[in-house]
Design a protein around this ligand. Sequence first.
Ligand code: ADP
Length: 488
Amino acid sequence: MHVLLATSELNPYSKTGGLADMVSALAGALADPATGSALRVSVVTPLYRGMPAAHPAIEPTSWRWAIPMGDSLVEGRFHRRVVSPNLTLWFVEQAGFYDRAGLYAEANRDYADNAARFVFLSRAALILARHLPDPPQVIHAHDWQTGLIPILARHAHLHSGWANPPRTVFTIHNLAFQGSFAASSWGLTGLPADWLHLESALHFDRVNFMKAGLTQAHAITTVSPTYAREILTPEYGCGLEELLLKRYNDLTGILNGVDAVEWNPESDPALPARFSAADPAGKAHCKAALQRELGLPPEAGVPLFANISRLTDQKGSALIVEAVRHLLGAGESLQLAILGSGEKALENAFRDLAQRFPDQVAARIGFDPALSHRIEAGADFYLMPSRFEPCGLNQLYSLRYGAIPVVRATGGLQDSVVDPREDAARATGIKFTPYTEGALQKAILKAQALWKEPAWFRHIRHNGMVADFSWEKQSAEYVGLYDSVCRE
Ligand code: ADP
């Protein structure tokens, strides 16, 4: 079988969050003969600024085309990287759309033409699917940016003579970002005006790309079983819960895995020392080096908490600021390392906290993948008090790197962390439920108590480091789903 994955970001070429990691690792696992699936896999994604220079293995091809969009004809060209006999990456060149400083936004403002930029990506994906000599049987589209692919394929089948288009699978990585645009943007799709209606992409008089994917794909997935249930409720469904309930039989939750090559403390080139579950001694060295790097006193006896994320309400960033301010004000002994960027007020709140408690708190505002590896390796605990979390990857990286996760019991956090109250023998972390500063404070105090019981601490840390979140296991679920949509 040949499957084409369509995505707006792909690690290591472009990344703002977990989507990039997930698609890259899934593609690798699906194509890997060692996993037993050995599918033919193609990935299509934009050629953003700086990518050809940073990745010389990406080569331009002579495959050029043009897409009529509104009143203009927009030209595009494919670039390609053949990673292995089973895996080919296709990059869509369109300098006017993608040669920019950001992927979706600059200075926290979305680009005004994002509808056009991602309609173009979706239409380019269909050109590829239709004209490859070995066409895919399945297109697997990810998040709103590629949500129009299923309806575009359906239209091409009915009205432009595409006899046998691929089946479509659509994955929700975050239902809170839906790609909602003025109804006039429908013209960019090239689809007839009467194809925009409540059973396709129309949502509150606007074009909603996420809704287009949810109504039109043959199968829908999201990135954890718990989030798949949560999004059927008004609290988590972001206004699409009734539609999702209608498509309940076609919706599956499949937990993401960890890219075991990129995230392996035994071989990670970003770390000052290597370690493993069997031999965790190097972790103490990583902690001391991180404390020095961040300007914190290198005290082995003080537990070091960490968080690496977009600074937003979703990630509970304000709860971290408040809980840690109170605990440090009350004289608790702990350190906190923060790496993130996002809402200005939250960036400033972390800077202020670090200024007020310079020996306890270090805040690095920015996006720094290598530092994120060193933080995972040096931290004792990892805080993730998310309001909602479709899957979450940092708690998985933390488990592997021996930073015990302290998480709110939601979405993928619920599915990937085991609290001692659930199963003391298999416990891997600490969970709490209310989305409040007080509940997070209590959970941090539990972590402090655990820190003072070294045998118990080592037991929980070891359980997490050996827990299996391999893509080998998870990708088999996608293969099963691709098979089933092709049989329907
Ligand atoms: P999201 O909702 O942002 O996609 P995930 O937990 O699924 O959250 O994935 C976030 C990914 O982005 C992780 O790989 C994380 O390490 C990375 N990341 C987030 N913020 C930063 C940052 N400031 N610097 C480096 N990596 C970051």
